[in-house]
Write a protein that binds this ligand. Structure first.
Ligand SMILES: [Zn+2]
Length: 411
């Protein structure tokens, strides 16, 4: 019995601290690859001016480094909390109700983390965007948005960790299954309610005005055989000069959302291609599949976390384990990023293919992509490691090359 206890313990500790070490090594590699951008390929220069590519690389480099700094500090703070607080069995507000202890503990750590990474967030979210001429926000507006986001994140963390502890204390052995089911319900609820209650906290949404473009959107949706829900315009210009569009929601909250910048700055041909791409996500049920994959990921995480807990010999529902849980989650999410991004890139390629079927306009796709990448200062031809780790979409040059190839096919 003793012997097995020891083996179990080693496995759990190895898992956690091995994960921390691998995470730090990956972050170090990200620093290396961020500081050594690739040579600009001649095919890239057919679409972008050299100065444009270099500006995108400079902007991307600082974004990648800010990401590394934020993640690195988060890991160090949480590892410190595990070593100095959890190992001593510390809990805040000793004697209080255990759920309150857990929620207060999670909030205290969230506040500590937010304070530690505030300078990085300020640099990345405000200074960097202004330096590259992408932000339209005053410092006050940025601070209000940041505050709102922080309160929202803290509430979600408190709610999630309170719910998790309820499950941990009621299903002592089968808790990973119960927690996975609860997580799945939360994902559906979030996808359903977010567009209605949370997104409007940050932006105004108005229906796409009637006119030739609206008619074309309805026509494309009819061609695709889908019943289009809302098509909305979001006042992203209050924050940024970047252009984008996205598809979100489930059931009655399904919607395609355009940044007002995209409708203002892009030709109708470009905007049509963007609609067709979003319809492609819809046709392929990417929101639903994404949620199912998320649930699978959650189950794997909870099973691994159970091993970590066993390694420390701590009862799962003990409030002192909050830092252990948050550290495990931070490590898991970071190590899962390449997988998540690979799935996302597959979805994006499917949506591009669907857009070509709908529009028969690969040259338009390539033109739209070139303008979008230039306006958003994209890193158009990243190094493979950066692409693997950081890119939720294929790079601009990959997508342009694909459209070019398809232009050849249709001619
Ligand atoms: Zn997409």
């Amino acid at each position: 019995m003793d012997k097995w206890g020891k083996v179990e313990m080693n496995k759990g500790l190895l898992l956690l601290w091995g994960g921390v070490a691998v995470s730090l090594a990956l972050l170090a590699l990200l620093v290396y690859f961020s500081l050594t951008p690739p040579k600009i390929a001649p095919e890239t220069l057919a679409y972008f001016a050299r100065s444009q590519v270099e500006k995108g690389q400079a902007y991307a480099r600082m974004n990648y480094l800010s990401f590394v700094a934020g993640q690195g500090l988060t890991l160090l703070v949480l590892a410190g909390a595990v070593i100095f607080l959890f190992r001593r069995g510390w809990v805040p507000w000793a004697g209080a109700n255990p759920y309150l202890q857990v929620i207060v503990f999670a909030l205290l750590l969230s506040i500590l983390l937010a304070l530690v990474i505030l300078p990085i967030e300020f640099y990345r979210g405000f200074l960097l965007e202004h330096r590259f001429g992408l932000s339209t926000q005053s410092l006050g507006d940025w601070a209000v948005d940041y505050g709102k986001q922080f309160v929202l994140d803290a509430l979600m963390t408190g709610l999630m960790i309170g719910g998790l502890y309820f499950i941990l204390r009621h299903w002592t052995f089968r808790w990973p299954l119960a927690a996975t089911v609860a997580f799945g319900l939360l994902l559906v609820l979030q996808a359903w309610l977010w567009p209605l209650f949370i997104d409007p906290l940050f932006y105004k949404f108005t229906p796409l005005p009637a006119g030739p473009f609206k008619d074309r959107v309805v026509e494309l949706a009819a061609d695709a055989g889908i019943n289009i829900g809302d098509v909305l315009v979001m006042n992203a210009s209050r924050q940024t000069t970047k252009a984008n569009a996205y598809f979100t929601g489930v059931g009655r909250t399904k919607r395609i959302v355009f940044y007002d910048n995209l409708l203002r700055d892009f030709s109708q041909r470009d905007a049509e291609f963007v609609v067709a791409h979003e319809i492609g996500h819809w046709q392929h049920r990417h929101v639903m599949i994404g949620m199912l994959l998320g649930v699978g990921g959650a189950l794997i995480f909870f099973l691994l976390y159970r091993l970590v807990l066993a390694g420390y010999g701590t009862p799962a529902g003990h409030p002192s384990a909050v830092p252990l849980f948050l550290l495990s989650m931070a490590v898991f999410s970071l190590l899962l990023m390449p997988v998540q991004n690979a799935v996302s890139r597959t979805f994006e390629r499917q949506a591009d293919r669907a857009a070509l079927v709908l529009t028969h306009d690969p040259a338009g796709g390539a033109g739209m992509m070139a303008k979008l990448a230039a306006d958003n200062l994209a890193d158009v031809q990243p190094r493979p490691f950066i692409r693997l780790f950081m890119f939720s979409h294929p790079s601009a040059m990959e997508r342009i090359n694909y459209f070019e190839k398809m232009t050849g096919c249709t001619n």
